[in-house]
Design a protein around this ligand. Structure first.
Ligand code: GLA
Length: 388
């Protein structure tokens, strides 16, 4: 009898705690211990997704070296779904996905990649397709049966709903599905997700949708940069997907700065270009191993803006596991200028440090107290400072 009572109390615990599923504690799915890396269809293809596009993309990710550089998740964004059947099961577009989603997931897995899919917490997705509201358990079970490894849940058509509660519902449904699935929260920073999302998802958007423009990239950086203490292994601020090589809306210098800064703020690196046709220049940016290593550093600290002596000339720094610091010297202005990273401001407390340039892949030398460099307009120099 006593046993039964304590079981009952345990079952009622969420209710006793005020009914909030969120109060159950931190998300502990042991996934995304470093920021997730992959590709998503939205930035380049919007609703123009299909089985053949996703298969060709998976092929290109394997053959281009993207997969081996760490870009593992291939994610179909909005528009893959068209309706629900008589039993409420979500139905993929039969014309665009004639073999069904499970077969596509199997193909992606056969390439050594992982598979992600998109839904929405509301009644409909942003493009008017069926959302998961009221179908959370069923959708999570369906995705798990298909072999889904990553779910992005959007926030359109959700007015009147409580974001922490709705996202916790999907988190719990995913947990009950029995499959390890990375959970990507996409409510654009509209409900202070940095306060609750670390317990609910592996990553959470902090901003509106990014565009292939310098100003948009910087605006998202600035917004996401305000919540560094929320980030930790398994839980990341997400300033949105990469625009590198997407539509040519930025110069190569600007794209290099984009990757450098996303790495400094430990952002998920989800490519958004057409990887089947990417140029050598785009590939060189996306595959820079030294910058990717900064993003993927196992310490999992989000870097911060440490110094802006003059408006538009900034120094961003991120502590790394081995005691070194990654530093981005960012020139947001439209003329070349010298930027100085003072070691003490960047978290280096020895007199001297070794400086390695992560874009030229060269050791620049030993420096005392500071490192100054001429930075082109709309560009970043990225270095690693190792204390001596
Ligand atoms: C929202 C999201 C985007 C994308 C689209 C799809 O705008 O923020 O990332 O998923 O919806 O409709």
């Amino acid at each position: 009898m006593k046993y039964k009572t304590s079981l009952l109390a345990f079952a009622l615990l969420p209710v006793l705690l005020g009914g909030s599923l969120v109060s159950r504690g931190a998300l502990d799915n042991r996934l995304a211990l470093t920021p997730p890396m992959g590709w998503n269809s939205w930035n380049h293809f919007a609703c123009n997704v299909s089985d053949s596009l996703i298969r060709q993309t998976a092929d290109a990710m394997a053959s281009s070296g993207m997969r081996d550089a760490g870009y593992r998740y291939v994610v179909i964004d909005d528009c893959w779904q068209v309706s629900r059947d008589g039993r409420g099961r979500i139905v993929a577009d039969p014309v665009r996905f004639p073999h069904g989603i499970k077969a596509l997931a199997d193909y992606i897995h056969s390439k050594g990649l992982k598979f992600g899919i998109y839904t929405d917490a509301g009644t409909k997705t942003c493009q008017g397709r069926p959302g998961s509201y009221g179908y959370e358990e069923q959708d999570a079970r369906t995705y798990a049966a298909w072999g889904v490894d990553y779910v992005k849940e959007d926030w359109c058509n959700a007015s009147g709903l409580d974001a922490p509660k709705q996202y916790a519902k999907f988190r719990d449904a995913l947990a009950r599905s029995g499959r390890p699935i990375v959970f990507s929260i996409c409510e654009w920073g509209s409900n202070q997700p940095w306060e609750w999302a670390p317990k609910v998802g592996n990553l959470w958007r902090t901003t509106d949708d990014i565009e292939d423009k310098w100003a948009s990239m910087l605006a998202n950086l600035d917004q996401s940069g305000q919540h560094p203490t929320a980030a930790k292994p398994g839980a990341w601020n997400d300033p949105d997907m990469l625009e590198i090589g997407n539509g040519g809306g930025m110069t190569d210098d600007e794209y290099r700065a984009h990757l450098s800064l996303w790495a400094i703020v430990a952002a998920p690196l989800i490519a958004g270009n057409d990887v089947r046709t990417m140029s050598a220049a785009t590939k060189a940016v996306l595959l820079n191993p030294e910058v990717l290593a900064v993003d993927q550093d196992s310490l999992g600290a989000q870097g911060i803006l440490v110094w802006e002596p003059v408006p538009e000339l900034q120094v961003w720094a991120k502590p790394l596991r081995d005691g070194s610091r990654a530093v981005a010297l960012l020139n947001r202005s439209s003329k070349p200028d010298t930027i100085t990273a003072y070691f003490s401001r960047s978290g280096i407390h020895t007199d001297s440090a070794r400086v390695r340039d992560l874009w030229s892949h060269s050791d620049v030398g030993r420096f005392k107290g500071k490192y100054s460099v001429l930075v082109r307009p709309h560009a970043a120099v990225m270095v690693r400072l190792t204390p001596i």
